[in-house]
Design a protein around this ligand. Structure first.
Ligand SMILES: [Zn+2]
Length: 203
């Protein structure tokens, strides 16, 4: 994957504009960090500041920061749950996706969007409110974002089944396609979705 493909992947992904912008800033390395964060007073990570050798606040550190530890664990769980091969690098996946492509690209892009949205939410709470979310919150928020995506997929698939209207490449064209895409993390019975524990509310 070259740089152009990396940016095109972000521009074309079906994520909310704010999430796309954050992904772009991460990829370009221009996310506000260190002294450029208003009121931070120093170049070090605001979360890891208590450590003896506090790391510098940077895009590279953010992906490794303890504030995203639960998100990294959740990602590894989801990856295994989807039965995709290997153990992808979290930072690389957030910025570039997975290359070569692995599993269902559309599903992987949805999961990537949930990861980036959660990373953005966590970082915003740190630099805007000075609040470090409790570890479990990351997992719960990521699960909520993915559930939201899957629910919308289901609505699109149901509507498409009824109307045979135009569909987006990012959304399943039929309920059968929906079930195939998300069978590992949710099941459909009598028109109701039941989510697997990895993305269920209790997360
Ligand atoms: Zn840190």
């Amino acid at each position: 994957m070259n740089v152009k493909q990396m940016y095109l992947g972000i521009v074309r992904a079906p994520w909310p504009a704010g999430v796309r912008n954050f992904a772009w800033d991460m990829a370009a390395g221009v996310m506000p960090c260190g002294r450029s964060v208003k009121g931070s007073g120093g170049p070090h990570c605001l979360v890891c500041t208590q450590q003896a050798h506090a790391p510098l606040d940077s895009v590279a550190h953010f992906a490794q920061c303890s504030c995203l530890a639960e998100l990294r664990r959740w990602f590894a769980m989801i990856w295994r749950r989807m039965s995709w091969i290997g153990e992808p690098n979290f930072a690389h996946f957030m910025i570039c996706g997975h290359a070569p492509r692995c599993g269902d690209f559309v599903a992987a892009t949805a999961i990537r969007g949930a990861l980036i949205a959660t990373a953005q939410w966590i970082r915003n709470s740190i630099i805007l409110n000075g609040e470090v979310k409790p570890p479990q919150a990351a997992r719960q928020y990521a699960a909520y974002r993915l559930r939201h995506h899957v629910l919308l997929d289901y609505q699109c698939a149901s509507a498409a089944d009824r109307s045979r209207g135009p569909t987006s490449r990012w959304r399943p064209a039929t309920v059968a396609a929906f079930v195939t895409r998300w069978a590992k993390i949710c099941t459909l019975a009598n028109g109701r979705l039941a989510f697997h524990a990895t993305i269920a509310t209790a997360g």
